[in-house]
Structure formats: C-alpha cells, structure tokens
Design a protein around this ligand. Structure first.
Ligand code: ADP
Ligand code: ZN
Ligand code: ZN
Length: 743
C-alpha cells in the first residue's frame, strides 16, 4: 500500500493590535505563493467574532496550539511588505523595551488608513518617453501639426530620458491632447515607473549662509561621520544658528542621495522651520503631524516609504515612517517633553530614534538650547559628542536675566510697580513686551469669604478654575464644568472671592493700566479655533500688538524680533514640586522663554518676579547659566541615585472602585518576591499625587534599578505574570518606562 503523504500546514505567526502580550497563529491558504510573502505584510484575519488587521512576523510549521484548531487567514493585503526587516526589528525592540504589545506597537508605525486595512496606494505621476520610432523620426515630418511637433522636439531635446506629467504641465498647459496623439502614432509611450529611490539631482534652491567658525566645526564634525552611528548634541542658545547647521548637514546628506528625518516637538508651532526648509531645498519634503488629515498623513508616509520625498519633517509619530535610504536623523529641542508619548504605547521618540540610527548606522543630531540632563550626562560619559555654539549668530546679543524681589512690594493682580514701570519704558521705545504666566483662566480658586468653602471638582482632587469670560467654573483635569456661582452653596453668602492668578485676570488689569495699548492673550482658551494663533503671530510680527500675554505655548519656537522685555510673572509656583523632574523643566522653561527676547539687533531683558530671590535654582541659573545649573542638579541626582544615575518604570493603576487598586497591589505584592535574584527597588504602592481624577482612584508603584538590563529583565518577568492576575482585570493599569513625570 502506498504511504499516505501528510503535508504539514503552513502557519502564519502574526501580531494583532490588541492589548495582549502574545502572538497569534493562523493557517496559510494552500494556494498561496509563499515565496512572495515576507514578514511585515498586512493580513486580514478572523478574530473572535470580528475581523482584524494583522502583521505577519514569521512563516513556520510549528504551533503551540493544536493545528486543527487554527483558523485560516481571510486575505493578504500587501504584495510587498511596507516595512523593512530593520523596521520590524526596531518595532520589536520598542515592544520589548517599553513592555507594550507588539501588535499595537507595529500598528503605530502605520498611518490610520493603512491600520484599517486600506490599500497602500500612492497616486504616482505618470512619466513618458520616446519610442524607438520617436527617437528616429525627424520632427519636421510633423510640421502640419505644430503642437505635436513642439512636443516631440521637447522630448528629443530633453536631457532626461523621461518627462513627468508635472514637467510637461510646467512646459505647456495644453500638453495632453498632443501627447495622446503622439502615443497613438507610437512615437511616445508611457514609461515604466521606477519605484526605487531616485536621488534628486539638484538639492538646493538657495545658497547657504556663510558660517561662523563654531557652526563650521559642528558641520564638519557631523559630515565626516555620516556612515556610522554617532550621537551629536548640538548645544546652542536660541538664535545661535542651530537651524543653519542642520540645513548644511542635511544638504551634504541629500547630495549623497540619502533621506533625512527631522523631528520637532510641535510642528504647528514652527511654520518658520518648514518655510526655511522649503526655501533652501529643491527636493520634495513630506510633512507629518497630528493636525493634518489622515489622508495627508498617509500620502506623506507613502511618499517617504517609496522614496519620492527626501526629507520628512514631523512630530514624534513620524519617527517610525519607513524610509528607503535613511542617512540622518535630527531631533530639534531634544529636551522637550512632547517627544515622550504619554498614553497607550509610551515611548520616547528621542531614545527610539537613537536605536533606529544605530540599527541603520547613521548619525543622530540632537539640538537644544537647554539639553536634557540625560543628554548632558551622556556627553559626560562620552557617549555623545558635544557640538557647542556659544554665541548668537549675526548681530543679536543674549538677553540679561534679572530677579525681581516682590516681597512686601505693592502688587496689582500679579504685576509689581517696578515691573509696570519697565513695561511703560519698553512701550515708550515702541518695542514689544511679553508676559508669561503658565496658568489659564481667571483664578485657580474660588473661596467663600464668609465660611471658607472652596469650589472643588466632584470627580478630581482639584479646585475648579474660574473662567469669567465664559461665566464657568471648570476643572482642568477632567474638563467638567458648571455655571459660575454667585452665592456660596454652604452659607449663602455672596462674598465669593477669586484667589490666585490666571491669564484672564492679568489681561484685565493690563487693559486698565495700558488702556491705549493693544494687548493679546495667547492660551488654550483664546487660540482653540484653527488659524487664530497664526493670525495673532502675524499681527505680533507686523508690530500691531504691544503686549503679549501667554502661557507655555509662547515658550516654544516663536521668533518675536521686536520683543525686548520678557517677564515671568510667577516663577515661584514652579519651585515646589514633589517631582524631581520639576527643577529641570522649570530651568528649561525660563531659558526658553528668555530666548524670545531681543532676537534682532535690540538687546533684550528678562525679569522674573519672585518671593524666593535667594533660591539656589534661580540664582545658579541667573548668575552662572544653564550649564552650571545642570551640573548642580546632576550632582544632586547622583547623590540620590535618581535618573540618569538609575532607571525607572512607573506602574500607574486606577479604578472607579476605591478598593480595586488596593486588592490589585496586594496580589502583586505576592508576585514580586517570586522573581528571583532581582535587585530592583520597589517603591510603593502609594496614592498618586492627584489621588482622584475624573472619578478614578489612582495609585502607583515605582521600580528602580541602577542597571538598565536588570530593570528590563525584572519587567520582562513581572509583566506577563501581572497581566494574568484576576485583580488586574478589575483595574486600569499602565506601565511607563523612563517616565518623565511621576504624576
Ligand atoms: P537657532 O536655530 O539656534 O535658533 P537659527 O539658525 O534660526 O538659530 O539662526 C538665528 C538667526 O541667525 C537666523 O535669522 C539666521 O538666519 C541667522 N544666522 C544663522 N547663522 C548665521 C550666520 N552664519 N551668519 C549670519 N546669520 C546667521
Ligand atoms: Zn460660604
Ligand atoms: Zn475634575
């Protein structure tokens, strides 16, 4: 009897974007040409009662699950993988490092439409070329049809083998009828599209500036290390010419035929940067950030993936864009917290960018006026190369910083008499003033003068903020709001008093004190509608605004050449945080805000109102500068074994049930000792600094280790076991590796 031949089924091992730490196996259809299918392609698979998009990771013959129980996939969505094997390796690494399910990590690399399984089609421009007949024919044979004759000559005399639709349209708006006729005559043909990366022939549109010696040293240093992984920290005050350094390095990379990835914290705030790139370079530039439509982002993504664009300028989500020939990564304002994703897949775009660059053997340039302490520490450890631009480029000089002691001084709604005097002096010279207060609304607290009652949010451990303009009391943590009260709900007194300062309140007093001046308030409340902020910025630059009052959003990126006085109204509120990251953030904020002053040829002045004029953070920063401040704080962190001298992961747990987090941590406490030989410090559980938020009771536990690998090994054992706990299903939890705040 002939032996029965058993064919082992082929199994697809896939990642699916669901919150579980495992991969899934499916049966590959028997009629599929497996040679053509590579890891990274998108598949559609049955999942429970629904369908999901899955990412193929491996083709195998073995499964831990009984093969007869495996379901077949529904269909294959891509002919070719949109991700390279190195892209997949990076995503795998990120999934391991941040302890986040691989399927969800891979899915963040794709734009929304592709995540939903839409086809990865990019409308490519058609190109046309001469046929053999077209090359041989004498164009005067077409003298009776002058339009066709002209078009044929255009092709015959062109230096290029093919001409694109855009090039033809630029040559003559009416090109298409003649082209169609020449195709019918078989003199022209549509040329096959080359989807491999085409290096642009001409890179720049406008000539670079002549650099100062420091800029030139920085450029030369990076450009002589373009073929290996190196991290450069470009440290230079605002206006020192960092952007010019980026532009010239990018030029060299483009001339070598490579692509460049430029990441910025918030691209909507930096239209100037986009404009400078477009002014300098003749290559195609793709832009990607969250204010664009899904469609626009998908096009940008595919243009980079296919190599049609040479530069990607985007925010942290652009980091994972697949690039055919990546040659350089630049991260501007590397210290900025926006590079850390704070929900879902909590990754640091800066740290992952370094891993990506290492995988691809390309350099990374991190730029900042106020580098993060981690980066400065890495310079000290000689892991990064420091490139320093100590002076402002061109004629502008650095602003002077000054502390204004307001203890026992007369003060009107946050403005001391001395500051009011300075504002008058500045306005009299026809220059602009910028006032910074990082709190929106009218006042952060409403208190009853009769009985001491305070307006609290019912759902959060927080006071309601007064918004007089809208007549509302609003919680800034859960966004719930209610009508502004006229009477105390407890004692019925009408003496409800606002306590503390917000931008609305300062705006009112400014309007009284400077009645003939134009004042603008820039905060989240006044700039919500699209285009409003851009409009205000234009008016500021045109000189039609005298006083600019605003929050955090003013600190980043903007250039106000005519602002010569910057005042930080309440610097003290940043001095007393329980989070050790706060002093670093405050110092960076002060320096960044100061950087808005005196950008052009007029010298700028920065005044900080304080009741803590002897506070060491402030005095070190002002008398010795950011670097000395950073050195002091690094010493303190070393003493206390805090990052960057140790590594942390924060487990946040919350539930609507007050008891559920406690029960969860009890179960977890039994699990932790089982993990053998771990030297990880376990701190907590403790109530979160804001113990209740949006109705959720919040707790946290901090893991810390002086060795990154040990912390990683600990988490790798803990997390899968933790997710199996039945108490884990009754709470919402998240793990934040390398947290940048402990709230
Ligand atoms: P940063 O990015 O550090 O804030 P920029 O590159 O934007 O600095 O430079 C600040 C200003 O100085 C810009 O207006 C820029 O055109 C100008 N600038 C930069 N480098 C030079 C240079 N070498 N010579 C003259 N002007 C320069
Ligand atoms: Zn009362
Ligand atoms: Zn609330």
């Amino acid at each position: 009897m002939p032996k029965l031949q058993v064919v082992d089924p082929v199994i697809f091992r896939v990642a699916i974007p669901v919150p579980v730490y495992r991969l899934f196996d499916y049966i590959a259809p028997a009629d599929l040409d497996l040679k053509a299918i590579k890891p990274g392609v998108r598949l559609e698979v049955p999942f429970g009662k629904s369908k999901k998009i899955a990412y193929l990771l491996e083709i195998t013959q073995q499964s831990d699950i009984d093969v007869t129980k495996l379901k077949p996939i529904i269909r294959v969505l891509d002919q070719q993988s949109l991700l390279s094997s190195k892209d997949l390796r990076l995503l795998q690494w990120a999934s391991d490092y941040y302890q986040h399910p691989l399927g969800e990590v891979i899915s963040t690399a794709f734009p929304t439409a592709l995540r939903q399984g839409k086809p990865a089609e990019l409308k490519v421009e058609k190109h046309y070329c001469l046929t053999e007949l077209g090359k041989a024919i004498d164009s005067s044979d077409l003298k009776r049809t002058p339009k066709q004759k002209n078009l044929l000559e255009k092709f015959q005399t062109s230096a290029e083998a093919t001409l694109s639709e855009a090039e033809l349209a630029e040559w003559n708006q009416q090109w298409r009828p003649a082209l169609n006729l020449l195709i019918t005559k078989q003199l022209l043909a549509e040329s096959a599209i080359n989807t491999t990366y085409i290096a642009p022939k001409v890179v720049i549109k406008n000539q670079p500036l002549t650099c100062n010696p420091q800029q030139q040293t920085a450029i030369n240093n990076v450009c002589s290390h373009l073929t290996s992984f190196n991290t450069f920290l470009l440290e230079g005050v605002t206006g020192s010419g960092k952007t010019e350094v980026y532009l010239q390095i990018i030029q060299t990379v483009l001339e070598q035929g490579s692509q460049v990835l430029v990441l910025v914290p918030e691209i909507t705030l930096t239209p100037q940067l986009e404009a400078r790139f477009k002014h300098r370079f003749a290559v195609n530039i793709a832009i990607s950030h969250s204010k664009l439509t899904d469609k626009q982002r998908q096009i940008a993504w595919l243009q980079m993936q296919s190599g049609q664009c040479s530069i990607m300028l985007g925010t942290r989500s652009a980091l994972f864009t697949p690039l055919k020939r990546l040659g350089l990564i630049i991260l501007d304002e590397e210290h900025d917290g926006s590079f850390k994703q704070q929900e879902g897949f909590r990754f640091s775009a800066r740290d992952v960018a370094l891993v990506r660059a290492k995988l691809l053997s390309v350099p990374v340039v991190l730029g900042s006026a106020t580098p993060s302490l981690e980066s400065l520490h890495n310079v000290n450890k000689q892991r990064y190369t420091l490139l320093h631009l100590p002076e402002r480029a061109g004629n502008s000089t650095e602003p002077t910083l000054q502390l204004l002691d307001i203890r026992n001084k007369a003060i009107q709604e946050g403005l001391s008499d001395a500051l009011i005097g300075e504002i008058h002096k500045t306005l009299a010279k026809n220059e602009q003033v910028l006032l910074f207060l990082n709190r929106r609304g009218f006042a952060p607290t409403l208190i009853c003068h009769g009985c001491g009652w305070v307006a609290r949010c019912l759902y959060c451990d927080a006071n309601l903020v007064i918004h007089y303009d809208e007549g509302r009391l609003r919680c800034h943590h859960c966004e719930r709001d209610q009508q502004l009260l006229k009477q105390c709900p407890d004692c019925k007194s009408a003496q409800l008093t606002p306590l503390g300062l917000g931008t609305e309140r300062v705006e009112r007093v400014l309007a009284e004190l400077f009645a003939d001046k134009v004042i603008v308030r820039l905060d989240r409340d006044t700039t919500q509608r699209k285009g409003v902020l851009e409009n205000y910025l234009q008016q500021i630059n045109a000189g039609s605004i005298d006083i600019i009052l605003g929050t955090q959003m003013l600190a980043k990126g903007h250039h106000f050449p005519n602002v010569t006085l910057v005042a930080i109204l309440d610097v003290d509120s940043g001095l007393f945080s329980i989070d050790f990251h706060a002093s670093e953030k405050l110092a960076q904020m002060i320096v960044q805000v100061s950087g808005r002053a005196g950008r052009a040829d007029k010298p700028g002045k920065v005044i900080m109102q304080t009741r803590q004029p002897e506070h060491p953070l402030l005095t070190t920063l002002i008398t010795q500068g950011y670097n000395s401040f950073a050195k002091t704080v690094l010493e303190e962190r070393k003493e206390a074994t805090l990052p960057p001298f140790s590594y942390q992961a924060l487990l946040r747990v919350q539930s609507l049930e007050p008891e559920a987090p406690k029960l969860f941590f009890q179960a977890l406490a039994e699990l932790i000792p089982i993990i053998k030989k771990h030297h990880t410090l376990v701190l907590g559980p403790v109530a979160a600094p804001m113990a209740k938020r949006a109705g959720q009771y919040r707790y946290q536990m901090l893991f810390q280790n002086t060795r990154r690998v040990e912390l990683q090994a600990f988490l790798k054992t803990l997390m899968p076991a933790m997710t199996q706990l039945k108490q884990a299903k009754k709470v919402r939890w998240s793990l934040d590796v390398d947290p940048i705040d402990l709230y």
